[in-house]
Design a protein around this ligand. Structure first.
Ligand code: KIV
Ligand code: ZN
Length: 519
């Protein structure tokens, strides 16, 4: 039985994807959950990319115990030094340095000769060893690199002290058989390869990131780099939950390989990421999609009732799908809420508990049964979102509607602490209130997507809105949850706008740093 190490890059490669940026506090919450999930390595960010990235890596290195904390660094001294500084407080740390090895990247992006790339790789690993015992080296665009050169770079990086060698399929170009052959040939052609763990990092441009990673594991890779829900650059990275469950469910095929992941935390981790980023996974997503364990047809339902194994290769409990969904009611007290929160993996302070409890009581008064989804939404709103300084805050709004009335809304809000008011009419109450918000802010974002659904059964359910907006070229998604669908729409819309505004200032700060030559 051999272990496959799970290297999670949700907070680095995942966060690089448009619409998935996270604040430092959100990254910390996510890192705590990744530690609970049992990942071996958390790539917490790219310390040299911006002040915010540095702070997030540093905070996670200080606070999160268990997994190795890692920072990405280009093969340049300044990046490596910043990674080393950010990681300093970590119990276990790793610097992940990289340089491209394909002809196209060396010629057009780096403008460096292969000999110079080789030297740079050696120097970067040697330099990184000054700051961290564990150094990982990646040959960016490995799958389009000339093989003999790739072997030479890997051999050099190991000589210089790298203990993990990562083979990225940076542009999602390879196919399973070819990738297996590449991994085999690296094992057979690099003389000192037994001194390092071979890792893979696959992108999903052709939809084969998971298949490619699994083939690599079957042929000797022992670390997989992946992300929750498969988020990442362009089409994303290999999805962690799919890799882990494939290895678990098909242990027979993978020769008993195992991971240290507590699979019962998979669903919760996926949900937390959605909530934090305002994104969602498609219902038919493997392992964590809403329909992953739903059996619609009569034949399937009959089979599952007779024996779940007829149509289920894994049980919903294996991945932490909530089975009994009703958890608390209006008579539940603080103590019951606290133990439910602990059971759900939330470690909230007494102060946060008070706020969540108040919201819980108000909710339980409005609806008879409170579900895990409801509690999760409250915790997010009170403990995570609450920490952020939001540019827009809605103070109050009023909507008039009816079958003989033109829907009309008035909104009072603050934008960067300045109070603004506006009234607008619309096709319906939601349209009217959204138009009033836009008018008050004097902005016209494009609304790319808007949906609203009940989180749980019955008409007293909380409604969850999901919106995607584009504001001056910046795309962001938002969510809102409330028993009132208009309030849920307002908070989802404002959430999306706030994320777009925060993201815009984050991009601007990165651009400023770039102009100053810091990055
Ligand atoms: O896709 C890639 O090549 C990367 C590297 C930096 C590992 O993300
Ligand atoms: Zn990548």
């Amino acid at each position: 039985m051999e272990r496959v190490y799970i290297f999670d890059t949700t907070l680095r490669d995942g966060e690089q994807a448009p619409g998935f940026s996270m604040t430092t506090e959100e990254k910390l919450q996510m890192a705590f959950q990744l530690a609970r999930l049992g990942v071996d390595v958390i790539e917490a960010g790219f310390s040299a990319a911006s002040k915010g990235d540095f702070e997030a890596v540093n905070l996670i290195a200080r606070e999160v115990k268990g997994p190795t904390i890692c920072s990405l660094a280009r093969a340049v001294e300044r990046d490596i030094e910043l990674a080393g500084q950010a990681l300093a407080p970590a119990e276990r740390k790793r610097i992940h340095t990289f340089i491209a090895t394909s002809e196209i990247h060396m010629k057009y992006k780096l403008r460096m000769s292969p000999q110079d790339v080789l030297e740079r790789a050696r120097k970067a690993v040697e330099f990184a060893k000054r700051f961290a015992e564990e150094v990982e080296f990646s040959c960016e665009d490995a799958t389009r690199s000339q093989r003999d050169f790739l072997y030479k770079v890997i051999e050099t990086a190991i000589e210089a002290g790298a203990r993990v060698i990562n083979i990225p399929d940076t542009v999602g170009y390879t196919v399973p058989e070819e990738f297996a052959n590449l991994i085999e040939s690296i094992k057979n052609s690099v003389p000192n390869i037994d001194k390092a763990i071979l890792s893979v990092h696959c992108h999903d441009d052709l939809g084969m990131a998971v298949a490619n990673s699994l083939m690599a594991v079957r042929h000797g890779a022992r670390q997989v780099e992946c992300t929750i829900n498969g988020i990442g650059e362009r089409a994303g990275n290999a999805s962690l939950e799919e890799i882990v469950m494939a290895l678990k469910v098909r242990k027979d095929f993978f020769g008993g390989l195992y991971t240290g992941i507590n699979t019962k935390e998979l669903y919760r981790t996926s949900r937390l990421l959605c909530r934090i980023t305002g994104s969602f996974v498609q219902p038919n997503k493997a392992v964590v999609g809403d329909n992953a364990f739903a059996h619609e047809s009569g034949i399937h339902q009959h089979g599952v009732l007779a024996n779940p194994l007829t149509y289920e290769i894994m049980s919903p409990e294996d991945v932490g799908f909530p089975s009994t969904r009703i958890v608390l009611g209006k008579h539940s007290g603080r103590h019951a809420l606290k133990s439910k929160l602990n059971e759900m993996g939330f470690d909230v302070s007494e102060e946060d508990l008070e706020r969540v409890f108040e919201r819980f009581k108000a909710l339980a008064d409005k609806k008879k049964e409170v579900y895990e989804e409801d509690i999760e939404a409250l915790v997010y709103e009170e403990c995570v979102k609450h920490e952020q300084e939001e540019p827009i805050k809605v103070l109050h709004y009023q909507v008039q509607t009816g079958d003989k009335l033109l829907p009309t809304a008035t909104v009072v809000l603050t934008f960067r602490a300045e109070e603004k008011t506006a009234t607008a009419t619309g096709n319906g109450p939601v349209d009217a209130v959204i138009k009033a918000i836009q008018k008050a802010l004097n902005i016209e974002p494009e609304l790319l997507d808007f949906s609203i659904k009940a989180l749980t059964p019955n008409t007293d359910a909380q409604a969850e809105s999901r919106l995607v907006v584009e504001l001056e070229g910046v795309r962001a998604s938002g969510r809102g949850v409330d028993v009132d669908i208009i309030r849920a729409s307002v908070s989802g819309f404002v959430d999306a706008l706030n994320r777009a505004l925060l993201r815009k200032s984050y991009i601007l700060s990165k651009e400023n740093l770039r102009r100053e030559g810091t990055v």
